[in-house]
Ligand binder design. Structure first.
Ligand SMILES: Cc1cc2nc3c(=O)[nH]c(=O)nc-3n(C[C@H](O)[C@H](O)[C@H](O)COP(=O)(O)OP(=O)(O)OC[C@H]3O[C@@H](n4cnc5c(N)ncnc54)[C@H](O)[C@@H]3O)c2cc1C
Length: 414
């Protein structure tokens, strides 16, 4: 079966991998000259079922409103003239009830646990090297009220099968000695021993190599302009290098999925949410952490990849703009220095910004569409690295006539 995968990010490349393993003749179409150059380039690297909470929660509307009036917030809303952002925002607000937050989080945990098992299986089978650290993740709290709230909220994760441990300050530092330098600002943590870290860009490149071995073709420097359909069948994609025909198509274009899907009439609830990352070199004299995690008060994540330490932060609603300036990183640098004052070389930062492809529910859009031979693997939001192998396995299973191994409610276009 000749299949075209649209998009060479982590989701497109893992989709190509599973389809090729199942016998498809796969071509990946990507506008950049290599894989994982957009959102999958420099994310936080957390494989984090322990952070499967949905963003749309009863407290989210208040946080959004406050962000309009205060600078330096972890969440930033820019009032840009883009009606799609407001339409998405209304859908998001509809999901902010306690009942919907509970339902959507349960779905996310289920997908995260399945996806992590798939990622581990692929890593084992293909012997992949992506600076993986399997020592759990620490979710840190800087004040008692936030810590108590975090522990209360975490029952939704433990009820769904996640092992979590509540640690006081001393035990937290025992787990990650580099935190000793963070002083009295740390109250305690929730530790998820099964969570992991790894470099998503390195992983995607390693899977790309395996794809080449499986006969997958990659058309780089090729921009997709539109999808061409006749009746309920997609016939081709129109690209900067001409028209490409196939028997079936998968759209895995990250935040740009709705832009291309619109060309054949889909109005997908995916909106770009910008995040920032800073990667620092680690030398012998530094006391870098090994265990990754999230500072829950400042919403800053970190992970170590060999001799590099990365911090990420911020959820900014500002359309497709990926530009960044030094001032965007100031709150991140302050919190990072408080946590790990000698964690890495803060004088040599590499800055980056990328767009999370967020749905209003927080769950991705997987599998069938209204067209008989068109499939989606999109809308992975803040968990696309965690979900990469699970969602791609699911989409390949659906396309190749196998039943997905988990309950699909809430994970389809319907
Ligand atoms: C700051 C930040 C931190 C994050 N941290 C984590 C984390 O710790 N853990 C986690 O699980 N997830 C994390 N994520 C989320 C994760 O990075 C994303 O969900 C994931 O990378 C999305 O992958 P994708 O393949 O769908 O999108 P992309 O990587 O963006 O891939 C889409 C591809 O489509 C291509 N494309 C788009 N339009 C066209 C076109 N018209 N023609 C041709 N090609 C096109 C793009 O060039 C791109 O290569 C983070 C994201 C950000 C921004």
């Amino acid at each position: 079966m000749k299949t075209i995968v649209l998009g060479g990010g982590i989701i497109g490349v893992t989709t190509a991998y599973f389809l090729a393993k199942g016998g498809d003749d796969v071509t990946v179409v990507e506008r950049h000259s290599s894989v994982a150059m957009d959102t999958s380039f420099a994310n936080a690297g957390l494989v984090a079922p322990g952070h499967s909470y949905t963003w749309a929660s009863p407290s989210a509307p208040g946080v959004l409103i406050r962000s309009l009036f205060r600078d330096g917030e972890a969440l930033r809303l820019k009032l840009i003239p883009d009606w799609r952002m407001y339409a998405w925002g209304l859908r998001f607000l509809r999901n902010c009830t306690a009942a919907r937050a509970q339902r959507n989080t349960s779905r996310k945990v289920r997908l995260s646990l399945y996806s992590q098992s798939q990622l581990q299986a692929v890593t084992r089978e293909e012997k992949l090297d992506y600076s993986r650290i399997s020592k759990g993740l620490l979710y840190l709290f800087r004040d008692q009220a936030a810590f108590d709230r975090g522990v209360r909220n975490s029952t939704i994760l433990t009820d769904n099968g996640l092992p979590l441990e509540v640690l006081d300050r001393q035990t937290t530092i025992g787990k990650e000695p580099a935190l000793a330098a963070s002083g009295e600002t740390l109250v305690g943590s929730i530790y998820c021993p099964t969570d992991e870290t790894g470099d998503a860009h390195a992983f995607t490149k390693a899977i790309y190599d395996r794809c080449i071995g499986l006969g997958v073709k990659f058309l780089f420097d090729t921009a997709i302009k539109q999808v061409v359909a006749s009746g309920d069948t997609v016939e081709s994609v129109d690209t900067s290098k001409g028209c490409l025909a196939a028997q079936r198509f998968v759209i895995a274009l990250g935040p740009y999925t709705p832009v291309v899907a619109r060309t054949i009439g889909y109005n997908l609830p995916i909106y770009p949410v910008k995040g920032y990352s800073m990667t620092l070199p680690i030398a012998k004299e530094h006391e870098a952490p090994e265990i990754g995690g999230i500072d829950e008060n400042n919403l800053i994540a970190w992970a170590r990849f060999g001799d590099r330490l990365r911090f990420t932060a911020t959820a900014e609603f500002a359309g497709f703009d990926t530009r960044h300036s030094q001032s965007d990183f100031a709150p991140m640098i302050k919190a990072a220095r408080e946590l790990y004052p000698n964690g890495a070389d803060f004088t040599q930062p590499s800055y980056w910004a990328g767009l999370r492809p967020m749905t209003a529910t927080g769950t991705p859009i997987l599998g069938r569409s209204r067209h008989s031979n068109l499939f989606f693997n999109a809308g992975h939001g803040h968990l696309g690295w965690t979900w990469s192998c699970g969602t791609s396995r699911i989409v390949a299973d659906i396309m190749q006539g196998r039943r997905p191994e988990i309950d699909m409610s809430g994970l389809t276009i319907g």
